[in-house]
Design a binder for this molecule. Structure first.
Ligand code: RFL
Length: 324
């Protein structure tokens, strides 16, 4: 098989890139290690900055986002019982949009399917060959059968645990990492959010975040010990601890309920360079991750996609290489 841009990873970076390239008539094939259901089931980001919203519009995938997303003009920081509001719209001129990553991915997959975009699921053993030549190709397995994909460029959108970054030789690659000595326990519950904007709470008992996905779906987090397991925390224990970390007036109106998802994420900051090696380009979590506390990961991933997409358009449309 041959394509112009081979995309490894069918997460938001990979699918967004594929969809944007499609709008400009540039062919791509996405290779995804997991099943579609698995990818669409992952609960992650929920705060979209304007740059990502613009890209979703450009990709023709923003209709539902505008209908169902909740624009937020600001956010609240609390310390003890004190609240301090930061007005994004006043300071930056743009709000952020609360819309789950699961929904972003779903919209991208729907658009990709509609456009007859090429994607292979359940791929194994992806190997990037000749990334430092003008004729790279990938080999991979599906159901035990080895396949080959020739391409002009490889976009490594395969997240932190993918193969793309590992392909860059160690004498070229530099990695910087900081692992914070705490965990980040998050739950999702079908309850109305405690506040109409996010509350980032600094308390002597540890950090907490009150976030949401929609009017009846809340996402709450508390800092926990790195050795904790999600099953160590009953829903009741979680709610009690959250209430101790947020201002009393917020705790009093917090609506609790059963969790429908509970997980602990490590808090890690990581960046690798270079992000380009020959014809291989890293995008998103493959190149850098930030702790989910900052709600930045998906947005920085989208920024990478923006630059790579524009560089590739310049290359294919105007025969220019300065963009890439
Ligand atoms: P992803 O989402 O990890 O997708 C990578 C895809 O590549 C596939 N893959 C492979 N495919 C083929 N061959 C291989 N060898 C492969 N290896 C991996 C994987 O199966 C997967 O489908 O990376 P991508 O696309 O760069 O997207 C990055 C974002 O997912 C990530 O930055 C955000 O989720 C981070 N993040 C948040 N970001 C925000 O901007 N706002 C938030 O509010 C926010 N909250 C969060 C977050 C991340 C969290 N994590 C990771 C636990 C909350 C949490 C809890």
């Amino acid at each position: 098989m041959k394509t112009q841009v081979a995309i490894i990873g069918g997460g938001p970076s990979g699918l967004l890139l594929a969809q944007l390239l499609h709008t400009r008539g540039i062919d791509s094939v996405v290779l995804e290690r997991k099943t579609k259901d698995y990818v669409l089931g992952r609960i992650r980001a929920g705060v979209l900055e304007q740059g990502l919203v613009n890209l979703m519009e450009e990709a023709g995938c923003a209709e539902r986002l505008h209908a169902e997303g909740i624009p937020h003009d600001g956010t609240v920081i609390s310390y003890g019982d004190e609240l301090f509001r930061v007005d994004f719209t006043e300071y930056t001129g743009t709000p952020v949009m609360v819309y789950g990553q699961t929904e972003v991915t779903r919209d991208l997959y729907e658009a990709h399917e509609k456009a007859n975009g090429k994607i292979e699921f359940n791929v194994e053993d992806v190997v990037i060959n000749g990334a430092d030549t003008d004729t790279p190709h990938l080999t991979y397995k599906v159901g035990g059968e080895t396949r080959r994909l020739d391409c002009d460029f490889v976009a490594g959108c395969d997240g932190f645990h993918g193969v793309s970054r590992q392909t860059i030789p160690l004498d070229v690659r530099k990695e910087y990492e900081k692992v914070d000595p705490v965990g980040w326990l998050g739950i999702l519950s079908e309850t109305p959010p405690v506040n109409h904007e996010l509350i980032y709470a600094n308390s002597p008992r540890g950090f907490a975040l009150c976030s949401m996905r929609n009017e009846n779906l809340s996402r709450y987090y508390i800092q926990c010990s790195l050795s904790d397991k999600p099953e160590d925390w009953t829903d009741e224990a979680f709610w009690q601890e959250l209430k101790r970390r947020i201002p009393a007036d917020q705790a009093a109106k917090l609506v609790t309920g059963p969790s429908i998802e509970k997980s602990i994420a490590p808090l890690r900051s990581f960046v690798t360079e270079p992000m380009r090696w020959g014809r291989l380009f890293l995008c998103g979590d493959a190149a850098h991750i930030v702790p989910p506390t900052g709600a930045k990961g998906l947005n920085t991933a989208a920024s990478d996609v923006h630059y790579l997409y524009n560089g590739l358009c310049e290359y294919y449309e105007n025969d220019r290489t300065d963009g890439i």
